[in-house]
Ligand binder design. Structure first.
Ligand code: ATP
Length: 938
């Protein structure tokens, strides 16, 4: 027995020791039944250990990566690399919390008092009405929360990871501890990584530490003695931080909530998103209206009581009126409308990351766009080739393949048949990082065009014959790229430099030129000739790339140039035209030369008589004030680089413009942040730039910006329509009861009927106004002034006129019914139905501020049709269905009554349509003034 006890104890002790060791190694080791499972490593521990030990603990192979089956196994244990944003509060609790609203509590109180006073009918009616009102509010709030949640999922982070020895591109959420991740410039770190390879890596950790200067990273283990501060862990790249420079590889040590970012994320969740200006103004409006309503309701109750009306009745009516008249749904509907609009934009391939941008889109009056890839297709093809000794060849064929020929005076040039041409093609091929495989390009399109040219010449083997010894990578600032290579057969030699880039840059490094194989000194005459050739190709809209080679960087031999065509994207010209005519100025910012930029801009209808172009260098020489003076007239910024963009944005904003700026590179991030609308490219854009942007164009297309502006304007209009409808109903209901009380009439609507009206006002018909399809003409309207309030004079007229008609019409019906001097259920049913029908017709004309109902089409907003049909059906049930008749104290009406009411209530729609017509007729002149006032003409 003692042996058995000893063995058991021994086993237990062993387990205990293993456990302690694991706890030592992995501070965050989750408790698990599965002893074979890999722990996650705390970043502090991982930074102290040598890389191979980290790999050993995580059971990972740094070079080969994990196998797919191992990934699945680990995921089953560690879960996805994401944060659980599941609701902590169950739905029923959220529902119950709706009853905490003071008004609802007051209504409940009046139900209880009714019970105490043995008025059971009233008690039941009020309770039913409260449940309906609370349910509508709950559904609205839930929808708003859900749609906001969806927004967060629109841009899932991606990453590069090595699995089973292959580099894979996957979603960051698929990572598990032990995965090997490759990082490069502009990327977002997808999980906590212990770095094991890093060249020149610096990471922006501001999301974690608030420190904006990027910190450089290495791979050496950190001494255990350093303090616990995460900034000291310089060999760990933290999830959510951004790679500003360099390349690296790392092993995943912590994912999802086990990462350092997990803590920050939890804090971010707790932080409420800032409200948009519109949401804020709606909150304010809601509060102001509540205050007025309370005042009026107080007076109504007091006067009613003085008139000797039943106090409980007056109290219930007062509270119901408060529920109905106070537009508590206003801020929520604004949020839902904005969020649903954003979802609609996703379908049009624009991802809006921040809700306030939807509003800003309608105010945007200047768009600064990159040329390559946004205005043009970024499908590059070499069409012309000019050698340093004066030969001019043409190149046929399109796309990234070898189909096509190089023709010199009509003769096909192939292989080494012409030495001068061959030298240009060779340099373009050696100084190149792109690869074309199976007609697909991997790498930069400009370089892809050169590889395709090499294939057309049959020289694609040249690259393999050379070994790269040194590299000066291309950057938009520098505008050239160079490599030093040696031929396989001459490995002992220092090799040659091959350079390609913008003509002005390349020529600066040259002292000779190639003339049929001879190196002749570069004369000013020769330079003049090249300059002419460059301008000739540029004026034809071609991107010009020059080539040189030689033993020494300052003394290269000029080889020649190629002209690359990059056709404008389809539809961009039309989009530019529409934008300009609606008062939005479009400016092109490009790294290309003046001739190329101006030629493309003219082709797109951007650059017209009187337009001006400015170079990046000139931008450098001016300060923001000087630039502000001329910037409205500049249409093209050529030879510009990302660093000029910030100055351009600031000077435009100085003139009062609301600026949208596009960008894709790491260096564009600052300008995108500074712009009112930072637009990042979805395909070519880096994570850094997407992080800084407010909006992402999924397919990099300029037209998408126009669609987004259109949607932005449409959403704003829809919110305006909604506000108009809700306020006019609110005011009408309040005024009706107030007047009836002041005139000492009996109450024209009872409490339940008022609550029913509230459901229509806040509920489906009102909400469906928010999803009204965008009017095609809206894009032609000039941008809104940012300072303009949503409540304009014209809107006030459109709110007040229907309110007056509704009040007069309803009072007329009530007065007509009251002629017998006895108040019967029929009287209130008539008044009630009259009010509801008025509201339906009011909603119909509220669908647009400018377009007539017949122009919009009755069924163009399906949701609206369903909502109105449902409301009418509901109203019919309330009038004709006996149990509901009890609740609402109604009586059946005859068909003639209904026809009479329809005829009367349609007047509100007719009058609103007449107002639109008058405004349109008067507005023709003022619209012209609006457009001329726009930024374009300043
Ligand atoms: P845009 O702003 O319109 O998108 P861009 O930013 O693409 O233009 P850059 O890529 O900065 O412009 O190119 C500027 C110039 O640099 C080009 O006109 C060309 O002469 C040269 N260039 C472009 N790509 C390369 C490259 N891969 N290697 C060497 N030179 C290049």
């Amino acid at each position: 027995i003692s042996k058995k006890v000893y063995t058991q104890f021994h086993g237990f002790l062993l387990c205990f020791c293993v456990h302690v060791v694991f706890i030592q190694l992995a501070e965050d080791h989750p408790t698990s039944e599965d002893e074979t499972m890999v722990p996650v490593l705390a970043s502090k521990k991982a930074s102290e250990l040598p890389v191979n030990e980290v790999a050993y603990i995580l059971q990972a192979d740094l070079q080969y990566g994990l196998s797919h089956s191992e990934v699945t196994r680990r995921r089953a244990y560690h879960g996805w690399n994401e944060f659980d944003i599941s609701e902590d509060e169950p739905l029923w609790k959220k529902y119950i919390s709706q009853f905490k609203d003071p008004l609802i509590m007051l209504l409940l109180a009046s139900a209880v008092i009714s019970v105490l006073m043995r008025q059971f009918d009233d008690a039941v009616s009020i309770t039913v009405a409260i449940i309906i009102v609370v349910t509508v509010a709950f559904v609205q709030e839930y929808r708003s929360e859900k749609s906001l949640e969806e927004l967060g999922k629109l841009v899932p982070p991606e990453c590069h990871c090595i699995r089973e020895g292959r580099l894979e591109h996957l979603l960051a959420r698929e990572l598990v501890p032990g995965d090997t991740v490759c990082l490069s410039v502009g990327e977002r770190v997808p999980a906590d990584l212990r770095l094991f390879e890093a060249s020149d890596l610096s990471v922006d950790e501001s999301s974690l530490t608030g420190e904006t200067t990027p910190c450089s990273k290495s791979i050496a283990p950190q001494p255990a003695a350093t303090n616990g501060d995460i900034t000291s862990r310089s060999n760990v790249a933290f999830m959510g931080t951004l790679v500003r420079c360099g390349k690296a590889k790392g092993i995943v040590i912590g994912t999802g909530e086990n990462s350092e970012f997990g803590e920050v994320f939890k804090m971010m969740q707790a932080e409420e998103a800032p409200k948009t200006p519109l949401q804020k103004s709606m909150d304010l409006l809601g509060k102001q209206l509540s205050l007025y309503s309370f005042g009026i309701i107080g007076v109504i109750m007091l006067v009613g009581w003085l008139q000797g009306k039943h106090i409980l009745d007056m109290f219930t009516i007062g509270v119901s009126l408060a529920v109905a008249a106070i537009p508590e749904g206003l801020p929520i509907v604004v949020t839902v409308t904005l969020a649903l609009g954003v979802m609609r934009m996703v379908k049009k391939r624009a991802i809006v990351k921040k809700l306030p941008i939807v509003e800003t889109l309608g105010c945007c009056n200047v768009i600064c766009s990159d040329k390559t890839g946004t205005l043009t297709k970024n499908e590059m093809t070499v069409t012309h080739l000019f050698t340093s000794d004066g030969l001019h060849a043409e190149v046929t064929g399109v796309g990234y393949n070898g189909a096509g020929e190089v023709l010199l005076d009509g003769e096909v040039v192939h292989g080494y048949s012409n030495l001068s041409i061959c030298k240009v093609v060779e340099a373009g091929c050696i100084c190149n990082d792109a690869v074309i495989r199976n007609n697909t390009l991997m790498g930069r399109p400009t370089e892809g065009a050169l590889i395709a040219l090499t294939m057309k010449m049959g020289l694609e083997g040249v690259q393999q014959e050379h070994v790269r010894k040194e590299e000066h990578p291309f950057s938009s600032e520098q505008k050239w790229m160079a490599v030093r290579c040696v031929h396989h057969a001459q490995q002992d030699k220092p090799g040659l430099y091959y350079m390609k880039g913008a003509y002005e840059q390349v020529i600066r490094y040259c002292s000779t030129y190639n003339s049929k194989g001879l190196m002749l000194p570069l004369t000013s005459q020769q330079r003049e000739l090249y300059q002419q050739q460059k301008s000739y190709m540029g004026t034809a809209g071609l991107r010009v790339l020059a080539f040189a080679s030689g033993a020494e960087m300052g003394h290269l031999t000029f080889l020649g140039m190629v002209g690359i065509i990059d056709p404008p994207r389809e539809g961009v010209k039309e989009a530019v035209g529409t934008l300009i005519s609606s008062g939005v100025a479009v400016k092109m910012i490009t790294g290309d030369s003046q001739e190329t930029a101006v030629s493309i801009a003219s082709r797109l209808g951007l650059y017209t008589k009187g337009s001006q172009a400015l170079s990046g260098e000139e931008v450098d020489q001016m300060d923001i004030q000087q630039l502000s003076l001329i910037v409205p007239r500049i249409v093209v910024f050529y030879r510009a680089s990302p660093r000029h963009k910030l100055k351009i944005v600031k000077s435009l904003q100085n003139t009062g413009a609301v600026v949208a700026m596009t960008g894709d590179g790491v260096n564009d991030a600052v300008a995108l942040k500074a712009a009112d609308i930072g637009v990042a490219m979805g395909q070519t854009g880096t994570d850094v730039c997407k992080e800084a942007a407010d909006m992402i164009l999924v397919d990099d297309d300029f037209r998408t910006i126009m669609c987004a502006i259109e949607e932005g304007k449409g959403i704003y209009n829809n919110i305006k329509n909604f506000v108009r409808f809700q306020l006019s109903t609110s005011i009408a209901a309040l005024t009706l009861i107030s007047l009836a009380t002041l005139m000492n009439f009996p109450n024209p609507l009872n409490a339940m009927q008022i609550l029913w009206i509230n459901i229509i006002m806040d509920g489906p018909p009102a909400q469906s106004l928010g999803v009204e399809p965008v009017d095609k003409d809206v894009i032609r309207k000039p941008p809104r002034n940012v300072k303009d309030s949503i409540i304009t004079r014209s809107l006030i007229v459109k709110i007040l006129v229907p309110s007056v008609i509704i009040v007069c019409g309803t009072l007329f019906v009530f007065w007509r019914e009251l002629r017998d001097n006895v108040i019967t259920p029929r009287d209130t049913t008539m008044t009630f139905t009259c009010f509801v029908f008025f509201d339906m017709f009011n909603a119909l004309s509220s669908r647009s501020q400018t377009r007539m109902v017949h122009e919009m089409g009755l069924c163009s907003n399906r949701m609206f049709c369903y909502a109105v049909l449902a409301s009418i059906m509901g109203q019919m049930l309330v009038i004709y269905f006996p149990p509901l008749q009890m609740v609402f104290q109604t009586e059946s009406l005859s068909i003639f009554d209904l026809l009479f009411l329809i005829a009367l209530t349609s007047s509100v729609c007719v009058v609103s349509e007449v107002i639109k017509k008058i405004e349109r007729w008067r507005g023709k002149g003022s619209e012209l003034i609006d457009t001329t006032d726009s930024f374009n003409e300043v």
